[in-house]
Structure formats: structure tokens, C-alpha cells
Design a protein around this ligand. Structure first.
Ligand SMILES: [Mg+2]
Length: 215
């Protein structure tokens, strides 16, 4: 990827990654009530509150010290989420950002290959932690198609846009599913006809990535 002279040759910087996290925190604040409503329908109703609190804490940590590179930004966010968010979301998003940050360690500029590779590591971490498979009605249902879209892309801008679209489609596709993981699985058939809150917050993560990182 990032062929020399390519028209869309851009790389992800530290500042762009901070911008991404700022935008994601903004979405978690703006859509807090929506995420609470989705989680109230099939869970314990804390997802919006948890993600908003966690990302508020993450922005505090990002502002308190200068991170050297994109990987360090994501690790800082991971630690903030793990320490401030209970339930399933803290450990799962913490794992996602920690794995991504580790994959990008020491890289000042991140190209499409490295970025897609970091997402793949993050996805593997989330699945190892949560044991969710595709179709279980979890954040994995938005993550997998988005990561695959990034891996299939030939340039970063196109990949970021395709990933956001794939995450949105994956999110919407959770609505008719019967939950097989997490609290929603206790509802069985009654978990149908509700969009998964974790897949929804994951869509916002890819949406803001496309906004912040496309150069
Ligand atoms: Mg919950």
C-alpha cells in the first residue's frame, strides 16, 4: 500500500489520532442517550453513560501529557477506559485500543497497511476477551466487516470511508439477530428487533476515524 507517488498517499499522525479520539468522545457525549436507550432495551442501560465517562477520562489523560505517536495515544485511551469503565465495555474497548496501540508502537506515521494490521490485532483481542463470533449481536458484528474493508482497500482515504460504511451496515444488521453473548443473550428471542449498543458505539469509532484520519 501507500505506493510512492500515489495520489492518496497519506499517513496517520499523532495529532490526527488525538483529533480522532476527540471526535469519538464527542460522539459518545452527543449520542449518550441513544446508547443508553439501546442498552436499556436489551441490556442494563449503562453503555452510553459508560462510554461517555470513559472517553471524558481519556481526553483528560490525553491532555495531561504529550504522547509521542499514534500508538501511544491509543494506549493512553486504553488505560483510561480500563480504569474508569465497568461492565463489558471497559475491558473490551480497553483491549481494542491496547492491542492497536501495541501494534503501532514507535511508528510516528502510520500507513494503511499498519493501520489495518492494528485493527486486525484489536479485533483479535476483542474476540479473545469476549469470545464473540460473527452474528452473536455484539460489537464484533460492526468490527469484522470494517476491518475487512480496510484490509481490502488500496489507499487510506478510500479504506477509511469503506470501513465506516461497512461498520454502519454491520451495526444495522445486528437488529434482527438473537443475542448469543452478554447480558442481551438472557433475553433470547426478545433480543430481536433491537440494534446492538456495542456495535453502535463501534460504528461511531469508524465514522470518526474517517472524519479525522483521511488527511
Ligand atoms: Mg450494559
Amino acid at each position: 500500500m501507500s505506493t510512492l507517488g500515489s495520489q492518496h498517499h497519506v499517513a496517520i499522525t499523532r495529532d490526527a489520532t488525538v483529533d480522532w479520539m476527540n471526535r469519538f468522545a464527542g460522539e459518545m457525549s452527543e449520542h449518550r442517550a441513544e446508547l443508553v436507550a439501546l442498552d436499556t432495551a436489551i441490556g442494563d442501560g449503562d453503555h452510553g453513560t459508560n462510554m461517555n465517562r470513559g472517553m471524558t477520562k481519556a481526553l483528560e489523560k490525553l491532555g495531561a501529557a504529550e504522547q509521542a505517536d499514534p500508538g501511544a495515544v491509543l494506549k493512553t485511551v486504553a488505560m483510561a477506559l480500563v480504569s474508569s469503565v465497568g461492565g463489558a465495555a471497559g475491558p473490551l474497548y480497553g483491549t481494542l485500543f491496547l492491542q492497536m496501540g501495541g501494534a503501532l508502537a514507535g511508528q510516528g506515521e502510520v500507513d494503511l497497511d499498519a493501520y489495518a494490521g492494528a485493527w486486525r490485532k484489536g479485533l483479535e483481542g476483542v474476540q479473545a476477551r469476549g469470545k464473540a463470533e460473527p452474528g452473536d449481536k455484539t460489537m464484533v458484528d460492526a468490527l469484522i466487516p470494517a476491518v475487512q474493508a480496510l484490509e481490502a482497500a488500496s489507499d487510506l482515504q478510500t479504506g477509511l470511508r469503506a470501513a465506516a460504511q461497512a461498520a454502519e451496515e454491520g451495526m444495522k444488521a445486528t437488529t434482527p439477530l438473537i443475542a448469543r453473548k452478554g447480558r442481551a443473550s438472557y433475553l433470547g428471542e426478545r433480543s430481536k428487533d433491537h440494534q446492538d449498543p456495542g456495535a453502535t458505539s463501534t460504528y461511531y469509532l469508524f465514522k470518526t476515524a474517517a472524519e479525522a484520519l483521511a488527511g
